[in-house]
Design a protein around this ligand. Structure first.
Ligand code: ATR
Length: 267
């Protein structure tokens, strides 16, 4: 029988993960089965237990369960501890390894697929919720000259920045006037409501990249960046790269991602 994996979320029917992982399995000649599992909002642990009992070898975890998955795993990685959230579980011999590949997926998309350098550059992260927490550690590790977190509630930005010993500044949106950055990452959920975070167009420096973690929709944030003649990217590449990192953890082989990114863009 093929090894079994799943993406667990609520809702989960829209997830592209089953398709992505079956494509990875095909391209690497791995025999796996990957399904979407909707857990009741109060039934995450039970759903994982049932899946493990039925022979599940690992799972991706998506909204709203990433923080619960962090508390549930027995062996969180450094990235999972930094994010206090887990998007990848691997089960072996009674242990539950918890990993967070969101940040590594973003970094790989930025540096490998989009050809950007972060070392010595200025980076602005918009938002201080779960999505921002998931990517901040790897952004810090990439060594930007300046890393600023801006959030509507500045206290949350300060709390997030304080988790790092040094190098992360926290500001309110109205303190962004007069600043400009090489990379602006939108980790707010403003786009879900058809809004842009309240940023001045001057934050996009010359040759800057504006990156929205959301994929599959043209957000007001990206439209604002385009109007400022800035390069833009949605989070589709990050989606595929974080999945490839999960696949690597489970199967020991990292699939080629480029063809899949192109295929999903034109799907
Ligand atoms: P997620 O896990 O997707 O990050 P979250 O934890 O609810 O979701 O965080 C949502 C983020 O988007 C927060 O940073 C939120 O700002 P607040 O902390 O001040 O609430 C931000 N956000 C949501 N709507 C926004 C808007 N219209 N403008 C600016 N920021 C917004």
């Amino acid at each position: 029988m093929a090894d079994r994996y799943a993406v667990i979320g609520n809702p989960v029917a829209h997830s592209k993960s089953p398709w992505i992982h079956s494509e990875f399995a095909r391209s690497t000649a791995q025999d796996i089965e990957y399904i979407a599992l909707e857990a009741p909002v109060d039934g995450f642990a039970r759903t994982v237990e049932d899946f493990r009992a039925s022979g599940g070898k690992g799972a991706n975890v998506t909204l709203p369960f990433k923080e619960q998955a962090y508390r549930y795993c027995t062996d969180p990685s450094a990235a999972a501890r930094s994010a206090q959230a887990v998007n990848t579980l691997a089960f072996s011999e009674g242990r539950i390894h918890g990993e967070n590949t969101d940040g590594s997926g973003l970094l790989r998309d930025l540096t490998v697929n989009l050809g950007r350098t972060l070392g010595g550059r200025s980076v602005l992260l918009l938002g201080a919720g779960g999505a921002a927490r998931g990517v901040l550690g790897p952004l810090v590790a990439a060594g930007p000259a300046r890393l600023v977190v801006a959030n509507r509630s500045p206290d949350k930005a300060r709390e997030l920045a304080a988790r790092f010993e040094r190098g992360v500044e926290a500001v309110a949106f109205d303190s962004l006037a007069g600043l400009s950055f090489d990379l602006v990452v939108n980790a707010t959920s403003a786009g879900m409501r058809g809004e842009a975070p309240p940023i001045p167009p001057s934050i996009f420096g010359k040759g800057a990249l504006a990156y929205d973690l959301v994929y599959g929709r043209d957000t007001p944030f990206l439209a604002l960046a385009r109007a400022s003649h800035c390069d833009t990217s949605d989070g589709l590449g990050m989606l595929i790269e974080q999945a490839a990192d999960s696949f690597h953890i489970w199967r020991g082989v990292r699939p080629d991602t480029r063809a899949l990114i192109t295929a999903l863009r034109t799907r």
